[in-house]
Design a protein around this ligand. Sequence first.
Ligand code: 4AD
Ligand code: MG
Length: 432
Amino acid sequence: MNMELNTIREVSSHAGEAVRIGCWVHGKRSSGKIQFLQLRDGTGFIQGVVVKSEVSEQVWEAAAKLTQESSLYVSGTVREDARSQSGFELNVTDVEVIQLAVDYPITPKEHGVDFLMDHRHLWLRSPRQRAIMVVRAQIIRAIQQFFDDNGFYLVDPPILTPSSCEGTTNLFHTKYFDEDAYLTQSGQLYMEAAAMALGKVYSFGPTFRAEKSKTRRHLIEFWMIEPEMAFVDHEQNLIVQERFVSHIVQSVLAHCPKELETLGRDISKLEPIQAPFPRITYDEAIRRLKENGHEIEWGEDFGAPHETEIAKQFDKPVFITHYPASFKAFYMKPDPTRPEVVLCADMIAPEGYGEIIGGSQRIDDPELMRERFKEHELAEDAYRWYLDLRKYGTVPHSGFGLGLERTVAWICGLEHVRETIPFPRLLYRLYP
Ligand code: 4AD
Ligand code: MG
C-alpha cells in the first residue's frame, strides 16, 4: 500500500486540503473550458474538476486524453459541494497518467447479461456491482461479529469428503487417488463432531451442489455459514436464527446506507427486520397454500411459488417448521409427539427471495440413526465416525445453514443470485 496516497472515502476529513489519490476514470464530460472526471478508487466515487484557466497546458492535455478506465494519480484540493453524491468535489491540480485504457468493452450503453457475465472481471468495477460486493463484505463482518459476541468458535470442516450430507443426487464427484471423493455439500456432519468438542461452533466456507437447476436462486458453488450447538433444542435453535438474521440486516442498514441507495433498495422493507420472526408449521403452510388456490397435498415439498406465496403473507422472514420426515434429510430428529414430522425449520425471506436458512434438531439416538442410514441407503461404513458421536456421550443438539448469496440477494434487492458473488459458478458457466 502506498501510505502517501489518500482515498476517496477519507476526503470528507480533508476539506480545503490538498490530496493525491490513485484512481480510475469511470466517466468523463467536458464543457470546453472545464473537464469533469468521474473518478473511482474502490473506496468511493468523486468528481474531479479540471479548469483550463487554473492548470498548466500539460495537465489540461493529460486530462483531455483520459479514457474510460484509464488509471492515474490525481492531485487536487478537496471542496465541499452539496450537489454531489459524496458531498465533495476535487479541484484538480495535477494528473499523472499510469495507463490510458483503450476500447474498454463495458460502455455506458446497455449490455446483455451474457456479455456482462463474460466480462465479470471488469463488470465488478461498476458502481452497482461494487455496492453489492461492499454489502456482501459487511454481511460477512456482521456474521463473524455475531458469533464472536455469542461465544461460538470458528471451525473449518473439510472440502473433500467421502460421503454425502444433503442427498446423493447433486454430488460433485472427483477422484481422491484410488478412492472416490466429493466436494462438500455442507459441513454440518463435521460441525456436529466439532460441537461435541467445543460446544458452540460455526463454519464459514464454500459448498458445492451439482444441481441441474437454472433458477435465480441456485448457484453451483455457494458459501454457507453453519452453526452447530450442543444442548440446544429446536425452539432455542429458532431463537438464535432470528437474532442472527436481525443482526445482519440491521448491521447493513447502519454501515451501508450509500450502497443501498446506489442499489435503489427500498430500506423501509428492511427496517422492520427485528426478532422475533413469525413461525408456522408445515401443516399450516399447506392450509394457507390451498386457501390461495395452490394445488399441493400434504407430503409434497415446496417449490419457489409456494415459498413466495407464504412469504407474501408476512413482512419479516417466516419460519416453516415440522416438515414431513419423508422428504427431509436423514439426520433430522422426529417430533416425539408426531414422528411423521421432524424438528426442523426453513427460514423464508420476504419479497420472494425464498429459503435462506435450513436447520434442525439432530437425531441423537444411535439406534434411530442406524435405521435412517438403512432407509436412505447410506453405507453405514462411511458414517461410522458420525455414529460414534451418538455412541460416546450423545446430547441433544441443533444447528442450521445460512446461504450467503441468497441473503445478499435479499438484502440488496437483486433479481438473481449471479450478482451476489464475485465469480459465480452457474450451470454451464465456469468462465471467467
Ligand atoms: O437447506 P440446505 O440444503 O441445508 C443444509 O445444507 C444443512 N446441512 C445446513 C445445516 O443445518 N447445517 O442449505 C442451507 C441453505 C439454504 O437455505 C440456502 O440458503 C442455501 O443454503 N443453498 C443454496 N444457495 C445457493 N445455491 C444453491 N444451490 C443452494 N442450495 C442451498
Ligand atoms: Mg433446505
